[in-house]
Design a binder for this molecule. Structure first.
Ligand code: PRP
Ligand code: URA
Length: 209
C-alpha cells in the first residue's frame, strides 16, 4: 500500500480556508493555490537523495550536499493542475513540465483523455502528478496509468483536497504511488463534488464561471 500524507502546516491550513470561501476572488484563489503548492513541494521532495560534494567557501574547503539521482518532472492534469505548476517550479526551477488533458464526463463522471505530452526523458525522472482535486479518483488513476503506459516508474501524486473515496481508488489502482494532500475532506456529494471542498477548482482558477 502506498504512503498517504496530509501535509499539516498552519500556513497551509490558513490558506486552504481562504480558498474554500465562495467570495475569494479568482486572483487570490490562483495565488493561494500557487503558494500552497510551493509549501507542499517541500514535503513531496523530502526524500530526494543527496550526495556529498567538495566545495570551497571564501574561508576553506568543505563538504556540501547536492541533490543526486532522478530529476523531477511535473505533470499537471489539465486544466486545474496548471494552477499548481508555478509554485513547484519556484522551488525546483529545473523541473520539466508535461501535460495530461482529462475531463470528467459530466454524466458518467468518467475521465476522458484529450491530450498527453511528457518530457522526452520522462522515464528517467521522478514524476509529480498534480491536480487540486482528488474526488472519485478516476482522473488521477487514469492519468497515472497513462504515464505508466509511457514507461515511467517513479510517480507521486500531489493534490490540494481529497475525498476518502478518491484516495482509496488511487491506492487500489496504484499501490506504488505515494499521495500527498493538503486536506482530507469528508465525502463526495451526489454530483461527485468534494464536501465541503471548494467547488470547481478549474472554474475558480480560470474564472470560467
Ligand atoms: C476536476 C479536477 C480533477 C477532477 C477530479 O477536473 O481538477 O481533474 O475533476 O475528479 P475525479 O477525482 O472525480 O476524477 P475537471 O474534470 O472538472 O476538469 P477541469 O480541470 O478542466 O476543470
Ligand atoms: N472537481 C472539482 O473541481 N471539484 C470537486 O469537488 C470535484 C471534482
Amino acid at each position: 500500500m502506498s504512503k498517504f500524507t496530509v501535509v499539516n502546516h498552519p500556513l497551509i491550513a490558513h490558506k486552504i480556508t481562504m480558498m474554500r470561501q465562495t467570495d475569494t476572488s479568482t486572483k487570490d484563489f490562483r495565488q493561494l493555490l500557487e503558494e500552497i503548492s510551493l509549501l507542499m513541494a517541500y514535503e513531496v521532495t523530502r526524500d530526494l537523495p543527496v550526495k556529498d560534494i567538495e566545495i570551497e567557501t571564501p574561508i576553506c574547503k568543505t563538504i556540501g550536499k547536492e541533490i543526486s539521482g532522478r530529476a523531477i518532472g511535473i505533470v499537471p492534469i489539465l486544466r486545474a493542475g496548471l494552477g499548481m505548476v508555478n509554485g513547484i517550479l519556484t522551488l525546483v526551477p529545473n523541473a520539466k513540465v508535461g501535460h495530461i488533458g482529462l475531463y470528467r464526463d459530466p454524466k458518467t463522471h468518467q475521465p476522458v483523455e484529450y491530450y498527453c505530452k511528457l518530457p522526452a526523458d520522462a522515464t528517467e525522472r521522478r514524476i509529480i502528478v498534480v491536480d487540486p482535486m482528488l474526488a472519485t479518483g478516476g482522473s488521477a488513476a487514469a492519468a497515472i496509468q497513462f504515464i505508466k503506459d509511457r514507461g515511467c516508474t517513479d510517480i507521486k501524486l500531489m493534490c490540494l483536497i481529497a475525498a476518502p473515496e478518491g484516495v482509496k481508488v488511487v491506492q487500489d489502482a496504484h499501490p506504488d504511488v505515494d499521495i500527498y494532500v493538503a486536506a482530507l475532506d469528508e465525502k463526495l456529494n451526489e454530483n461527485a463534488y468534494i464536501v465541503p471542498g471548494l467547488g470547481d477548482a478549474g472554474d475558480r482558477i480560470f474564472g470560467t464561471k
